[in-house]
Design a protein around this ligand. Structure first.
Ligand code: DC
Length: 214
């Protein structure tokens, strides 16, 4: 067995369905869940809230080192501007090192963890028992984001959302340190044409087969 307890990683671009899938899998297998995007968002928001620059690496590291991973709440970190700022902060290697260390410590605690993000299968937990890379076309992801905002009573423009997503994909996949990419041993799940239920069933059969083989 690769791990004394189960670690499942889910990587992929923004709005691909990683969050919902991770939560469902964590619930199904009785594991803890860590949305690592929130660690970058919380670091960025703390800088924004204090009016500090986003490009001072030493300042950002100091903030990252003081994060409490158990208290992260997507509802206060969901703002579009926070996501953009998070993607900017996430290019800095020293910030990544601090957050990756905290993410690994979280993942190690029993009974096991589902982690979702951009570099989990490649960098944070390369020995994870099962890895997934969840994706969907930019158009489908933009539509999902658009519907989410409208359903919450907000206003949005679909072309602007699509342009933002593509810009964020390019920044996340193009950075030198830990770029967004599937691990060589990741199972690919494309949610363009399947609902979350179908993606969940696919992921579940892959995990069950892996556990049966242990
Ligand atoms: O998944 P999200 O939108 O909450 O992530 C916000 C940003 O954080 C994302 O654009 C890039 C960064 N991120 C990262 O670099 N590595 C991770 N493991 C998770 C997120």
């Amino acid at each position: 067995m690769k791990n004394s307890h189960l670690i499942i990683t889910i990587d992929g671009p923004a709005a691909a369905g990683k969050g919902t899938l991770s939560r469902r899998l964590a619930e199904r297998y009785g594991l803890r869940h860590l949305d690592t995007g929130l660690t970058y968002r919380a670091t960025a928001k703390a800088l924004l809230d204090r009016g500090l620059p986003l490009d001072d690496e030493d300042l950002a590291v100091e903030v990252a080192l003081n994060l409490d991973l158990s208290g992260l709440d997507r509802s206060v970190l969901a703002q579009h501007g926070v996501g953009e700022a998070a993607s900017t902060v996430a290019v800095m290697p020293k910030v990544r090192r601090a957050l990756v260390e905290a993410q690994r410590a979280f993942a190690k605690r029993p009974p096991g963890t589902v982690l979702d993000g951009r570099d989990i299968g490649t960098v944070v937990c390369p020995d994870a028992r099962v890895k997934f890379y969840v994706t969907a076309s930019p158009e489908i992801r933009a539509q999902r984001r658009y519907r989410e905002i409208i359903n919450q009573g907000g206003t949005a423009e679909l072309p602007a959302i699509l342009a933002d997503l593509e810009k964020r994909d390019a920044r996340d996949a193009g950075r030198a340190d830990s770029p967004l990419r599937p691990a060589d041993d990741a199972h690919m799940i494309d949610t363009s044409d399947q609902g979350i239920e179908e993606a969940f069933e696919t992921a579940k059969s892959i995990i069950d087969a892996a556990l049966a083989a242990d």
